[in-house]
Design a protein around this ligand. Structure first.
Ligand SMILES: Nc1nc2c(c(=O)[nH]1)N[C@H]1C(S)=C(S)[C@@H](COP(=O)(O)OP(=O)(O)OC[C@H]3O[C@@H](n4cnc5c(=O)[nH]c(N)nc54)[C@H](O)[C@@H]3O)O[C@H]1N2
Ligand SMILES: Nc1nc2c(c(=O)[nH]1)N[C@H]1C(S)=C(S)[C@@H](COP(=O)(O)OP(=O)(O)OC[C@H]3O[C@@H](n4cnc5c(=O)[nH]c(N)nc54)[C@H](O)[C@@H]3O)O[C@H]1N2
Ligand code: SF4
Ligand SMILES: [Mo]
Length: 736
């Protein structure tokens, strides 16, 4: 039997590597990086190889489950939808739309079926109670980008192919493979930058894998980034290093900004961020003087009390040093499909708004249509009008991924009804009444909707399914449309494909008016995500405009190129990209200037004895890949890294368990001495703690690790973005 060769974009992390799979007798025999992929050129990490294990994992759900008398039993799709129809609509009828909440998790960003159709369910449900992993992750960056550039996904990324000075804060792409920056083989690209004389500078409380390859690394007091960045901005003004260059005529707020940063001279912030004033001033000078430079901040700068300020200041530095939107600086990709910043009239727009409603219990403002994930438990627990009584989770495991998961787990048990769209019976879905499984990634088509908007180079790549989906199994977009039909009263028997066709015709009419019928006709042979993708590509910035641009892109062209289509290096996009009402870059949004007062009041905060931060390992992925043999083997990765000096002071022994506690909650983790750690900081990965009863994760449960989030606070957030504080949280350590 001969092998067949297939190509698939890896859906596991933001690097979006192109993979080459060999299949024999219906089984995957090998997975490698696809050398001819125009974007990732053969790169992959061990998780890509683990797609085989994921596909074959006996614990991965293949049929719907319904809970009967406390036990899950296998059910048909019809039975599962009938159960949902029996139980969910009555709750909405009795208590209103807000009585149902949705929780959306990270894999949704990697699945076109989920990302494209999620909003159909959200709209049908009409609830204000929408929660997602975004408020455990990147909402601060989305908010700051929205305020500055006018859209939530207009996020600048380093143009690493041409950059000569990269200042990186709170990111470890050697382990994470990049985030809000799609950059497969960051290491190779950084090495190339160094080889041409460029420099990488890393700011992190741990000397990470990335810091270890950098030209300079500085420890920072966790949560101190806002102060460091303010010190740099102040220095630029103080030493007359501000150069706006080409963007001067498109930038507002320079004078207000200069006035607002006056309290934050390098000398004033040094202690608070733990970096000497001379080092800060030197960093500002290097950044200003480098011809091609970029500042990039990621998770560590978002998951803290000043996440939005820090995210904003990263781009303020890019603007003030003349590096934004310039080759080799921080640039905006131009995606081939689905990007809002390529749609509508260029150069000006409605901008963004937040706080259009507020969470019922804590009064947290809505941001990008969502409420903070850390508000979910209290919204379930607290009686009154709008109390959450039903929940739909979509690829979301907040019992492990969100602070104080134990409280959330108790709250989930109080729900009247819960549905989970997921591929595992895990820490969260065990609370559901019905679980609706998704397909294996190898059974699904794919096109990345979000990540081309964040990519190091412009491209368009499509993956066809490697295997046919098992007979009768639903695509996730169909499941979402069925759920939408149920809550809209169209009934469980509604035909998802029929609804999809109606939606398509209606959207085309709204977007393209008189041209719509021609588009509907031209795409008639396609269904589901393929059809929307065809529309998006052809009407997108590289598209053939349905025949009006002879050389333009179509879906057929993208499908016919197994390694994808290269659309060139990043190019300048300002002013065309801007969607602010002023048509300018807003350097000094009032809400951010006001929040600076909170930072100023916090300048003298004393140093806690020990604080905890997170970390990522290349063989792990958030909370759900610990059940795959190829990743689970090797040393235990859920260990607490402690600086040996701290360890000795606290009486901790290398390899022995320590009790880590905070406010009456505690966990026990194995200590690993490490001089990578800044004194006063302990590092523990998140997403572990697979020892809870009632799950079906045989391998993960054998080596469960402990849950970092069991310690963290569900009520500590960045007030502007609602993002959880997951880093720099004070804890006590003692021998267990
Ligand atoms: N302390 C601490 N907490 C953190 C973080 C941290 O750094 N420190 N990081 C945060 C970040 S950045 C994020 S993004 C969140 C992630 O937290 P979550 O969004 O909860 O995501 P995961 O932990 O990845 O869990 C994904 C869920 O999706 C399911 N799943 C996987 N593939 C599919 C699929 O194809 N279809 C469906 N329907 N389901 C699928 C998995 O079984 C699992 O239940 O965690 C956050 N939590
Ligand atoms: N292998 C693997 N890859 C992943 C994931 C995974 O779980 N495993 N998760 C994916 C997801 S959902 C995301 S969002 C991305 C995240 O990708 P990254 O943003 O690269 O996140 P991390 O690797 O967690 O690196 C964050 C760094 O911030 C540091 N840090 C902590 N607190 C602070 C602080 O206050 N200031 C500064 N300057 N640094 C701080 C930590 O020590 C850590 O090194 O990774 C994605 N890729
Ligand atoms: S870095 Fe690894 S997990 Fe991420 S896309 Fe590439 S192969 Fe997949
Ligand atoms: Mo994330």
């Amino acid at each position: 039997m001969t092998d067949t060769v297939h190509h698939r974009i890896c859906p596991l992390c933001e690097a979006c590597c192109g993979l080459e799979l060999k299949v024999r007798d219906g089984r995957v025999v090998s997975i490698r990086g696809h050398e001819a992929d125009v974007f990732s050129a053969g790169y992959l990490c061990p998780k890509g190889v683990a797609l085989k294990d994921l596909h074959e994992d006996p614990d991965r759900l293949r049929t719907p489950l319904i809970k009967r008398n406390g036990e899950f039993v296998e059910a048909s799709w019809d039975e599962a939808f009938a159960e949902i129809e029996r139980r969910l609509p009555p709750i909405l009828a009795a208590h209103g739309r807000d009585a149902a909440a949705i929780s959306v998790g990270n894999p949704s960003a990697h699945k076109i079926g989920l990302l494209l159709y999620f909003s159909r369910l959200a709209k049908a449900l009409g609830s204000r109670n929408v929660f997602s992993a975004s408020t455990l992750d990147q909402m601060p960056k989305q908010l700051s980008s929205g305020l500055m550039f006018g859209h939530w996904l207009s996020i600048a990324v380093p143009d690493i192919a041409r950059c000569d000075f990269l200042l990186m804060l709170g990111a470890n792409p050697l382990a994470s493979n990049g985030s809000l920056w799609t950059v497969p083989d960051f290491k190779g690209k950084a090495r190339a930058m160094q080889a041409r004389g460029g420099k990488l500078v890393v700011i992190d409380p741990r000397r990470t894998e990335t810091a270890a390859m950098a030209d300079a690394h500085h420890f920072i007091r966790p949560g101190g980034d806002v102060f460091l960045l303010l010190g740099l901005v102040h220095t630029l003004f103080d030493e007359q290093l501000v150069r706006l260059g080409r963007l001067a005529e498109f930038t507002s707020g320079v004078a207000q900004l200069q006035a607002a940063v006056q309290p934050f001279a390098a000398e004033a912030v040094a202690l608070r961020c733990g970096i000497e004033a001379a080092t800060l001033r030197d960093l500002a000078r290097q950044l200003a003087r480098a011809p091609r430079a970029a500042v990039y901040g990621r998770l560590g700068t978002c998951t803290q009390a000043y996440g939005t300020l820090a995210s904003w200041l990263v781009d303020v530095l890019n603007v003030l040093t003349g590096h934004l939107d310039e080759p080799g600086g921080a640039m905006f990709p131009r995606a081939a499909a689905f990007a809002h910043n390529t749609a509508g009239p260029p150069g000006r727009g409605r901008g963004i708004a937040t706080g259009r409603h507020h969470s019922r219990v804590s009064g947290a403002p809505e941001v990008f249509g969502e409420l903070p994930m850390t508000c979910l438990a209290e919204e379930i627990e607290t009686p009154g009008q709008g109390q959450v009584r039903a929940l739909v989770t979509i690829a979301s495991n907040p019992v492990l991924s969100s602070p104080n998961g134990a409280r959330l787990a108790r709250a989930l048990d109080r729900l009247d009804f819960m549905v989970s769209m997921d591929i595992y019976l895990n820490e969260t879905t065990r609370h559901a009444d019905v679980i609706l499984p998704g397909l294996s990634p190898l059974e699904d088509m794919h096109y990345d909707m979000a990540f081309p908007q964040l990519s190091w180079r412009n491209h368009a790549r499509y993956s066809a399914p490697v295997f046919e989906a098992p007979a009768g199994q639903l695509q996730e977009w169909e499941t979402l449309l069925k759920l939408a039909a149920i809550v809209q009263g169209r009934g469980a028997a509604a035909d998802a494909r029929e609804i999809d066709g109606e939606n398509f015709a209606e959207d085309a009419r709204k977007l393209f008016g008189e041209h719509a019928p021609a588009m509907v006709a031209a795409t008639q042979g396609l269904s589901g995500p393929d059809r929307w993708l065809e529309l998006a590509l052809r009407t997108g910035p590289y598209g053939d405009q349905f025949g009006r641009k002879a050389q333009g892109l179509t879906l057929a062209q993208v499908k016919a190129a197994p390694g994808g289509i290269d659309l060139g290096e990043l190019g300048p996009r300002i002013p065309e990209l801007l969607r602010t009402p002023s048509g300018r870059i807003e350097l000094a949004p009032p809400s951010l200037l006001q929040d600076l007062q909170r930072a100023a009041a916090d300048l003298a905060q004393p140093v806690p004895d020990m604080v905890i931060v997170g970390r990522r390992d290349v063989r792990s992925n958030n909370s759900w890949m610990h059940n795959l043999p190829v990743l689970a083997k090797g040393p235990m990765r859920c260990t607490a890294l402690v600086n040996p000096a701290d360890a000795r002071r606290l009486g901790l022994a290398d390899g022995a368990p320590a009790r880590i506690s905070r406010q009456g909650r505690s966990i026990e983790a194995q200590v690993q001495f490490s001089d990578e750690m800044m004194p006063g900081v302990v590092s523990l990965p998140h997403g572990w703690g697979h020892s809870l009863p009632g799950t079906r994760l045989s391998l993960a449960a054998a080596r469960p690790g402990v849950n970092l989030n069991a310690l963290l606070d569900e009520d500590w957030r960045d007030p502007l973005s609602g993002n959880a504080v997951l880093s720099g949280v004070p804890v006590q350590l003692a021998p267990a």
